[in-house]
Write a protein that binds this ligand. Structure first.
Ligand SMILES: NC(=O)c1ccc[n+]([C@@H]2O[C@H](COP(=O)([O-])OP(=O)(O)OC[C@H]3O[C@@H](n4cnc5c(N)ncnc54)[C@H](O)[C@@H]3O)[C@@H](O)[C@H]2O)c1
Ligand SMILES: O=P(O)(O)OC[C@@H](O)[C@@H](O)[C@H](O)[C@H](O)CO
Length: 382
């Protein structure tokens, strides 16, 4: 039996990775840093995923896995030594701690069986972070000998996630997911997972990921922030609001134009990154999850500001994006710590300085001024 370690047993870890490897008959070990995530997985030794495909909706019970705390060295080690594949569905800021937590096992792997090769696949919506993640893993290793072994025997690869997976929280053992498109994985890899459905190794993943994050996640974030301001809590419902739909279209159209200027691709070539096939009975996906962490989402190269920069470069229109970013600054969801941090800054520093701080541009920058203008009068958004 083949072995996979899933580091991060939250929504995507359980609802996408766990469900996918379970269907392929792999032995799964979940690792998480949060004891409650592990306790919930071990409570009944199974969990449920409601899967929306293009033609049907069904519930899959996932079982026969191990769920362990990442720092339970004695219990985790054997599973780690046997696995040549690690999937890491983590938020970008959590890779540093994962690198530190996993260093013990890599040091041991070198001692026990240095002939082993390992593939680590990162699942985030943040592009161009693999060199940093690789450096963090390397830096955490015991000594130069292990680092040399790591350089030759371990690859850390990026991926493009085209599957939404939600639950009431990362603890939940009741998940919902949309299985309509594969996970695109940067090659080459050491591990053979050709028997696992929905995993697809490709070239050129850095460029494809930029295009996917801009074309899918930009409009998605727009839906969350504008939808929230109009009183919605669910993406599927917000999308049907004509005002939200109009802004989504504006953001999408601007994105496509910018992408076609910036990258050597045709409209036909990006179709699979631009839209996901429709699922039967669109799953309910919370605005809370999709809007989560507006600080990251208004960051300078992320899904919204990244497109504004391209539009400036090619002298294209970007008004829809300015409106979407203004909505992100007005997003004051009480449960979202990062949204609350922005709200505090808006009070303490003022609107222009706060926008300038988070989009990382000077206060006099025209984009800062335009976002501030919409922020002050959100009724002008549509
Ligand atoms: N859920 C989705 O639909 C979806 C879709 C595309 C991309 N993503 C990306 O996948 C990543 C994970 O998202 P999610 O929705 O599963 O989040 P989540 O919060 O549901 O799960 C993340 C899990 O990682 C755990 N974790 C954090 N640091 C850890 C560490 N050092 N070691 C072990 N476990 C650690 C947390 O305890 C949590 O259980 C994010 O980067 C997100 O942007 C998610
Ligand atoms: O995961 P985030 O926080 O970067 O973004 C939220 C959603 O846009 C995202 O998870 C999508 O559902 C996913 O990327 C599938 O397209």
């Amino acid at each position: 039996m083949k072995n996979v370690i899933i580091v991060g047993a939250g929504r995507l870890g359980k609802g996408f990775m766990g469900e996918t490897f379970y269907n392929a008959g792999w032995n799964i070990t979940f690792l998480d840093q949060d004891p409650q995530v592990i306790d919930e997985l071990n409570r009944n030794h199974s969990y449920n995923v409601t899967v929306h495909t293009t033609d049907r909706v069904f519930t899959n019970e996932v079982k026969n896995y191990q769920a362990l705390l990442i720092n339970e060295h004695a219990k985790v080690l054997d599973y780690f030594l046997q696995a040549d594949l690690l999937m890491l569905p983590l938020y970008p800021q959590d890779f540093l701690s994962a690198a530190r937590d996993l260093a013990f096992y890599f040091d041991q792997q070198f001692e026990v069986d240095p002939s082993a090769k390992k593939t680590l696949i990162c699942l985030t919506n943040k592009n161009h972070i693999i060199p940093k993640i690789t450096a963090a893993f390397r830096a955490s290793l015991k000594d130069e000998q292990v680092k040399k072994w790591f350089d030759q025997n371990v690859v850390i690869r990026d991926s493009i996630v085209r599957r939404s997976t939600d639950a009431t929280s990362n603890y939940s053992t009741d998940l919902v997911t949309t299985a309509v498109a594969s996970l695109i994985i940067q090659g080459p890899v050491f591990s053979d997972f050709s028997d696992v459905k929905w995993l697809d190794v490709r070239d050129n993943v850095e460029m494809l990921k930029d295009i996917k994050v801009f074309t899918i996640n930009g409009p998605h974030a727009t839906t969350a922030y504008y939808g929230y301001l109009l009183g919605y809590d669910d993406i599927a419902k917000a999308e049907t609001d004509p005002k939200v739909a109009q802004l989504i279209k504006e953001v999408h159209d601007e994105t496509i134009e910018a992408v076609l200027y910036e990258y050597p691709v045709t409209r036909d070539q990006i179709r699979e990154l631009e839209y996901l096939p429709a699922a039967k009975d669109e799953m309910s996906d919370s605005i809370y999850r999709v809007g989560f962490d507006p600080i990251r989402k208004v960051g300078k190269n992320d899904r919204l500001m990244g497109v504004i920069s391209l539009c400036e470069k090619y002298k294209l229109k970007y008004d829809g994006h300015v409106k979407a970013v203004a909505c992100a600054f007005a997003y004051d969801e009480p449960k979202d710590v990062k949204a609350q941090q922005i709200q505090q800054d808006l009070k303490n520093l003022g609107v222009v300085s706060t926008i300038a701080k988070y989009i990382e541009r000077p206060a006099e920058d025209p984009v800062v001024q335009q976002i501030a203008e919409y922020y002050h009068d959100l009724s002008k958004v549509n």
